[in-house]
Design a protein around this ligand. Structure first.
Ligand code: HEC
Ligand code: HEC
Length: 378
């Protein structure tokens, strides 16, 4: 070897040695244009502006990628289950099952939850925002979970990352959304960010209840009477009967959402001690047995579309839910005081239940079923 070629080789070695870790079987993506376009959430009328995490700004390209991932069974073990399998738009993004069906016919441990307006459930300063038991703080954190949940998608992220890196379309979508230079930079964290961006676009409030403000639907007299029962004392009418719903499916704290999103025991089971709850819920999340059997006070928007009801899907109809509340809740050492101390909820008549039920139906936004931008891109 002559001196010149030796120096050349040496230079090459030095170059290779000093370069950052070469990507593992990665392909260069820098030829693909990266020009993200910002996206502003179109807040439904009456909603506060949505808080967006500073490290995951929304872009048109990020949402597009998230929508693909949401509808793609590639995230599951045997390519049979996508997020949309358990969250379909025609059921306000739930699935109509008592316990959702995952890969190989396995069953999730709880009832699926609606994703309409889910971005609004995020409170930045709070650790327990999502799921029936509040175990996830952010949508990004939540989006990582179903893939590795044995009963849901039964896959692992290492495999999913490989599938995405070697896919004919995803590398381009990731490049366009996040400006990555190489397929090896496709990670579960970017996938979760994109999914969360898509979820933050699923917002809507065009129900009969919202009607007087901006749709062509208006509340009927029965729905209006049900609304007054729902509001109770807060209606400013001292003789109004109080169905207590307002306290927990709050109208005043977050008027628009119809959810307080705190955790409480709404009296589903009669238990003698804290350890007797079959599903410990929030108590297990925070490690406080006195809060066993606490679940999230979820939104009642679109509730007529999301049967069956409660974390374990125990009630088939809204009437069964109302019959439950009209008992005042089953005895438990931590039964919510709003139920245990209420005298009026236990005297709800059948006619009043009819009105309440009518009002709950007035919270359905019939436009969400076919919103083109929320449907599968495939
Ligand atoms: C096998 C069915 C199934 C699949 C697949 C599934 N989910 Fe879910 N999802 C559920 C169930 C059940 C819950 C409630 C679980 C709990 O509280 O323990 C839930 C809860 C959620 C929540 C919480 C909503 C809230 O208000 O707190 C979000 C967000 C969510 N899923 C998004 C997703 C995304 C994104 C995917 C795909 C990556 C996905 N889900 C896949 C069944 C499923
Ligand atoms: C003390 C607080 C509290 C009060 C009062 C209350 N709820 Fe609830 N509600 C909850 C909690 C907590 C859950 C979730 C419980 C679970 O799944 O274990 C829930 C769940 C529900 C669900 C099922 C939601 C779903 O997605 O499956 C409906 C419907 C409902 N409540 C309607 C009402 C109505 C109508 C009233 C008034 C008659 C009312 N609630 C009063 C706390 C309350």
């Amino acid at each position: 070897m002559n001196k010149a070629s030796f120096l050349l080789l040496l230079a090459l070695f030095t170059f290779v040695a000093c370069r950052p870790e070469p990507p593992v079987d990665g392909d260069d993506l820098t030829d693909i244009t990266y020009a993200p376009a910002g996206y502003t959430v179109d807040a439904p009328n009456g909603f506060p502006p949505m808080e967006i995490p500073a490290d995951n700004p929304m872009t048109v390209q990020g949402i597009k990628l998230g929508r693909h991932l949401f509808y793609d069974p590639i995230l599951s073990l045997d390519s049979t289950i996508s997020c949309s399998s358990c969250h379909h738009s025609d059921k306000a993004f739930t699935d109509g099952e008592v316990f959702s069906v995952g890969v190989e016919g396995r069953r999730a441990k709880r009832n699926s939850m609606s994703l309409v307006n889910v971005g609004y459930s995020w409170i930045k300063t709070r650790e327990h925002n999502f799921m029936w038991d509040g175990r996830f703080a952010t949508l990004e954190e939540q989006a990582l979970a179903p893939v590795e949940d044995f009963n849901e998608m039964g896959e692992n992220w290492e495999n999913v990352e490989k599938k995405l890196r070697n896919h004919p379309e995803y590398p381009t979508l990731f490049r366009e959304a996040f400006g990555i230079d190489n397929t090896a930079e496709i990670t579960k964290y970017l996938a979760a960010k994109a999914i969360a961006q898509f979820e933050r676009t699923i917002n809507s409030a065009k129900s009969g209840y919202d009607g007087d403000r901006w749709s062509n639907q208006y509340m009927t007299p029965a729905e209006q009477r049900g609304f007054e029962l729902f509001l109770g004392d807060a209606a400013g009418n001292p003789v109004a009967k109080d169905a207590e719903c307002l306290h927990c499916h709050s109208f005043s704290d977050n008027k628009a959402l119809f959810a307080r999103n705190n955790f409480t025991n709404n009296g589903l089971d009669s238990v003698a001690s804290f350890s007797d709850f079959v599903d410990k819920g929030y108590g297990a999340t925070i490690g406080d047995p006195t809060q066993n059997g606490f679940f999230r006070e979820v939104t009642l928007r679109n509730i007529a579309l999301t049967a069956p009801y409660m974390h374990d899907g125990r009630f088939k109809t809204l009437r069964e839910v109302l019959d439950h509340y009209a008992t005042g809740g089953h005895a438990a050492p931590n039964l919510a005081p709003e139920l245990s101390t209420s005298t009026s909820i236990q005297t709800l008549t059948e006619a009043e239940k009819d009105d309440l039920e009518a009002f709950l139906h007035a919270l359905t936004d019939t436009t969400i079923v076919n919103r083109a931008e929320w449907q599968s891109p495939f």
